[in-house]
Design a protein. Structure first.
Length: 718
DNA sequence: CCAATCGACGTTTTT
DNA sequence: CGTCGATTGG
């Protein structure tokens, strides 16, 4: 393996980036321009070409998926020589720092991580203890406030509340943080903030890491927020070289605190920095790129970049105007069907939408044709109720002071510790400034809790102690098995009736097997296997579901689709008010972000792209009439082709839904073409009601969509 | 302790 | 129109 080999198969710009001199580097990498390839090859180049020690390299990503893909590809390229290299997500690496230096960070050795669900529960509890009405003060908003402040690097003491309302949020922030500190709990934003403070306040640590990491590489840099940026600045020392890879045109997380202008700031703060643009696209046809370029050119705030390809220009981008969302869905399905009839695979096709609610109609349409599909997003493995219950027991085994875990399972399964008893415990904890577990102990010792309640509480404590004692000599999976069995969780879910209970039991069983396969990551040697697993569960909540490799149509939001590619892509709901979304049309910055989102959606397509919209859409129980999205007008019109073909009649609806006999006898069905004496020809796109009152919605070729009462309107079947 | 019912609400999501 | 959450009654 030599340098030449590492540079083979890269284009000029990619090579320039991979073999760039050791300076700070900004790689502006357009969609499909091979940015991961560049990152991976750069790492290999540093280590194998320039003999940089892997210990001196840190590579940061946003998602676990990106991190593991990168790790896999680097290992493949270099044959697994990356021991000692730090490669992970911002949160994962921050966690690692905090574990190593928990003392300097002011954390107990066995501190636990709160996911957003845990965090919200804890905030609710804190608010209740402050006697706040959650109607008037939504806990979610409190969470938003707290996380936003942490993401800006602000502690309660740094904040001067400007008005009574903010004073309240501020007070909640303070109380919540004390509760976390007391119980040894760290939320996601806290991981980053603590790690930042750790480096900021400990010169010897800062010096150590700055001297260690000669090379810092950051993926998806446009998504960094204020604290992540500050973190990088602290970590990169005077001799460090920082390479950031990103695309300002694909910045779609501004609403979550991401700051595109970190790219601009980088050029100042890390000057002198070299900028390299990767503009050759290997993914899409020329026409798709031209359309996407034309759209994104409407954004004012850009670093400027134009994707090109030396491939074929391909088919035009097709625009379909559905009469309503049902028609839109049916069109999409019919085109996917045609793709497969032509020899394509179901999984070649992706349907992308702006919000999750849009998936429903599409699912219906796919279901009708018995087409398999996979929806991305939703509850993930470690977020499921039964799994979180089990994890709470494990967390208590690891840390008795974990109040969040305590609250979750103290009475799950029911063991006679009701609201009253827990109330007494909470009060004691508050008065003594201690954790719930310790408060229980105090109350039992003082015999304040006695009788039935006292027995129940001491029974619970003995249970947890026993789990810990029994488990400590066992392997992890055995510990988990003991915990779910002896706590009664398993039996509780077994007793639950229906498929739901069945599925939960299966999930618990899967948790045991997941722990069998669990391998503590590099850098967690100091931790117990249990703690390492708990961190893994919190930081990496697992995939949505298992059927990943099935040949199925892929459905997801455009946010979720970032980084993926598909031969055949449908972007649906391209209407004013949907996309751009209603709430973004008034704000120029948000509108630009929507446009970037559209750009991201379009550039997922390799061969064929469809943009669809519906003239009418049932939204919140009303029929809304939207105009086509402005984005459609912004795309160079020569790239577009309007589809006029009406969707095909599918199988009769009666096979799937109950509908009146009357309706069927008329021969009217969705998709049926009909003739009306006054309005002319049209297609049935919707129906409602039964019997004599049943109505159908017909989209007339000339007169547009109309609702007609079947009994009165004389409709001839064509 | 569970179920039925009422009411509020209604982007995007990772860690 | 749905969903989710909370409340209330059995």
């Amino acid at each position: 393996m030599n340098i030449a080999h590492l540079l083979e198969g890269l284009n000029g710009k990619q090579r320039e980036a991979v073999a760039a001199p050791q300076s700070n580097l900004l790689v502006l990498a357009g969609a499909g321009s091979g940015k991961t390839r560049v990152l991976v090859h750069r790492i290999a180049y540093l280590i194998q070409g320039l003999n940089v020690s892997p210990y001196a390299v840190m590579a940061v990503t946003f998602t676990n998926k990106a991190a593991s893909e990168m790790r896999g590809r680097v290992e493949q390229l270099m044959g697994g020589q990356l021991r000692g290299m730090w490669l992970g997500t911002f949160h994962g690496l921050a966690h690692r720092l905090l574990r190593f230096h928990h003392q300097d960070a002011g954390l107990p050795e066995n501190f636990q991580i709160l996911d957003s669900d845990d965090q919200l529960r804890l905030i609710k509890r804190v608010m209740r203890s402050l006697n706040l009405d959650d109607k008037k003060w939504p806990p979610r908003q409190a969470m938003g406030y707290i996380n936003a402040k942490k993401d800006e690097g602000l502690r309660p003491k740094h904040i001067d509340p400007q008005d009574p309302v903010e004073r309240l949020w501020h007070q909640i922030y303070e109380a919540y943080q004390s509760a976390c500190n007391l119980a040894g709990l760290v939320d996601f934003a806290e991981l980053l903030l603590r790690a930042l403070e750790l480096l900021r306040d400990n010169q010897h640590l800062r010096d150590h890491y700055q001297a260690r990491f000669h090379h810092v590489l950051v993926d998806e840099f446009q998504d960094t927020n204020a604290i992540q940026y500050a973190w990088l600045r602290l970590l990169a020392g005077p001799q460090s070289h920082v390479m950031i890879v990103g695309d300002d045109d694909q910045s779609i997380y501004g609403w979550r605190g991401a700051r595109v202008d970190n790219i601009h700031r980088f050029l100042d703060d890390f000057a002198p920095a070299v900028t390299i643009r990767l503009e050759q696209n290997y993914r899409s046809t020329g026409t798709i790129l031209k359309a996407a370029n034309g759209l994104i050119a409407h954004n004012a705030e850009r670093l400027g970049k134009d994707l090109w390809t030396d491939g074929k220009s391909g088919e035009p981008v097709s625009v379909y105007a559905g009469f309503n969302e049902i028609d839109e869905a049916r069109f999409v399905v019919s085109r996917i069907q045609a793709w497969v009839d032509d020899g394509g695979r179901w999984s070649d096709a992706a349907i992308l939408y702006r919000n999750n609610a849009q998936s429903r109609v599409l699912e219906d349409a796919l279901l009708r044709e018995s087409i398999k599909y996979r929806i991305y997003g939703g509850l993930r493995f470690f977020e499921r109720q039964e799994i979180k219950d089990a994890l709470a027991y494990l967390r208590l085994m690891a840390s008795r002071d974990d109040d969040a875990a305590f609250e979750r399972v103290v009475n799950t399964p029911a063991r006679g510790i009701g609201d009253r008893t827990i109330g007494i415990v909470r009060q004691q904890a508050r008065e003594q400034g201690t954790t719930l577990w310790r408060a229980c102990r105090q109350l039992l010792d003082a015999k304040v809790l006695s009788g039935r309640a006292g027995n129940a509480v001491s029974g619970f404590m003995t249970l947890v102690d026993n789990l810990d004692e029994q488990g400590c000599d066992e392997v992890l999976s055995r510990q988990v098995d003991i915990a779910i069995k002896e706590s009664g969780l398993f039996a509780m879910y077994q007793a639950e009736k229906g498929e739901k209970g069945q599925a939960r039991v299966e999930n618990l069983e899967e948790l045991v097997s997941a722990t069998q396969d669990f391998e503590p990551p590099e850098g967690s040697e100091e931790m117990s296997e249990l703690n390492a697993f708990l961190a893994h569960a919190a930081l990496e909540s697992g995939d949505t579901q298992a059927d990943e490799f099935e040949d199925a149509v892929q459905m997801m939001t455009m946010h979720t689709a970032k980084g993926l590619e598909f031969p055949l892509v449908f972007v649906v709901g391209v209407e004013e008010g949907m996309f751009p979304s209603m709430q973004s049309v008034t704000d120029p910055d948000r509108l630009e972000e929507e446009r970037r989102l559209c750009y991201v959606g379009m550039t997922r397509a390799m061969k064929k792209l469809y943009l669809c919209y519906a003239e009418s859409r049932r939204l919140y129980g009303r029929d809304e009439y939207h105009t086509p999205s402005r984005f459609l007008r912004e795309i160079p019109q020569e790239c577009l082709e309007e589809v006029r073909v009406r969707t095909q009649v599918t199988r009769p609806i009666t096979q799937y839904q109950k509908s009146s006999d009357q309706f069927n006898e008329t021969g009217l069905n969705l998709g049926q073409r009909v003739r009306h004496s006054k309005f002319g020809d049209g297609i049935i796109i919707n129906y409602e009601g039964t019997g004599p009152q049943s109505r159908v919605q017909v989209a007339f070729d000339e007169a547009g969509p109309k609702w007609l009462v079947v009994a009165y309107a004389r409709l001839d079947v064509l």
